[in-house]
Design a protein around this ligand. Structure first.
Ligand SMILES: [Zn+2]
Length: 392
């Protein structure tokens, strides 16, 4: 029943598109009122099959509304995972003669995107490269998609070459990605011991994107591996300066380098700054270890408690307990009260319940899960501990 209805609607729309075009032609190209009987994309998708698509594609002439509908249909097919049908649709339209130049370029772009979705990367690459000779939005989109395709393939050199040859669209977002491609190549150069090339690529990355923290990290790692600790420290600090979060990747090696040059005061002051900037607990832990080393464990506990009462965390609490056990410390009454307050605030923020159906974690009990809307699925939450954790 639905099939018959669909065929009827599709046929009717096909005939009507042709009729409308003829009508417009007869009227000397005057813009007619938009037809309201063209089937919606949703309707076509819900019921369309290859035969009905073919019927639609065979409409003798296409106007802007029909092209628009086809483009929407093609994109939706692709996003639904039916890239081969989208390819067929775009190819058939692309093969038509008499379409405006801009429409042809849009179709070529859509086809290239279909190819990359379908895993036909060589074909996609060829079309995207061709489209780099266009202008405007199509040029920008082609640059974006081509860089993404090369990223997926790990073709970092091709990205950099396109950039050097000024083939890519400009813009901060794309430049950030080109700089990352240079960093990928720099890491490969480091791995093969080519320090000259590493340095060259890192400088390029920074020239393209002066806020590329990763380029400083790669430079720092290279210096660190060559025991040039002062240079390593300089690069790591620069990385953290442009992106606070880089402390996560440089912390261990940076701490090592500071120790190698014997600058514990410098290390403590930088770790303090990184902890305040990123609230990355390992930075706090490393700082606490330095304070314990330099000023004694009691001073370390005092300052750690102070920091944890500002930013309580399980990881920080764990570091405190480790410190107490390691140095066999006794906490006094006021320290215990601070500790109690820290723990209370950690526990307050912990989820107490978990939905057995969808895994949603909640702090309060609900009869109906706020996430999956199922009833009576909430159970009390227990963190999943591995045997390794339990041994402690
Ligand atoms: Zn649920």
């Amino acid at each position: 029943m639905m099939d018959n209805l669909l065929v009827y609607v599709l046929l009717l729309s096909g005939i009507a598109i042709g009729w409308l075009l003829g009508y417009r032609f007869a009227k000397g190209g005057k813009k007619a009122k938009a037809p309201d009987w063209i089937p919606s994309v949703e309707f076509l998708l819900a019921e369309a099959n290859d035969a009905s698509l073919e019927r639609l594609l065979n409409v003798p002439q296409l106007d802007d509304d029909a092209i628009d509908l086809f483009l929407k249909l093609g994109r939706t097919l692709r996003e639904k995972g039916e890239a081969d049908r989208a390819v067929h649709l775009h190819q058939s339209l692309f093969a038509r003669t008499g379409l405006p130049k801009n429409t042809q370029m849009i179709l070529e772009l859509e086809l290239a995107i279909d190819y990359s979705y379908a895993g036909l990367l060589d074909r996609a690459e060829r079309l995207f490269l061709e489209l780099l000779n266009t202008r405007g939005r199509i040029f920008e989109q082609s640059s974006h998609y081509l860089v993404e395709l090369y990223e997926e393939e790990g073709e970092w050199g091709k990205i950099l070459t396109l950039y050097r040859d000024k083939k890519l669209a400009s813009g901060a977002a794309l430049e950030r990605r080109v700089a990352q491609a240079a960093c990928e190549l720099a890491e490969l150069a480091t791995a093969s011991g080519d320090y000259y090339e590493t340095q060259k690529l890192c400088r390029q990355a920074l020239k393209i994107d002066s806020r590329c923290a990763r380029a400083y990290v790669v430079q720092g790692d290279m210096a660190h591996s060559q025991k040039e600790d002062r240079e390593a420290i300089r690069c790591y600090l620069k990385a953290v300066e442009v992106d606070t979060q880089s402390v996560v990747v440089v912390l261990d090696r940076m701490t090592e380098s500071f120790h190698s040059v014997g600058d514990i005061d410098g290390l403590i002051s930088h770790l303090d700054k990184h902890w305040q900037g990123s609230h990355y607990v390992p930075a706090l832990t490393a700082r606490t270890e330095c304070v314990a080393e330099k000023e004694g464990p009691e001073a370390a506990v005092t300052s750690l408690l102070q920091e944890l009462s500002v930013a309580p965390s399980n990881q920080g609490f764990f570091a405190l307990v480790e410190l107490v056990v390691k140095y066999r410390l006794q906490l006094d009454k006021s320290q215990l009260l601070v500790l109690y307050d820290i723990l209370r605030r950690i526990v307050e923020h912990e989820p107490k319940f978990i939905c057995g159906a969808c895994g949603f974690k909640a702090k309060e009990f609900h009869w109906r899960c706020p996430s999956c809307k199922d009833w009576s699925t909430l159970r009390s939450y227990m963190p999943q501990l591995t045997p390794g954790n339990l041994e402690l």
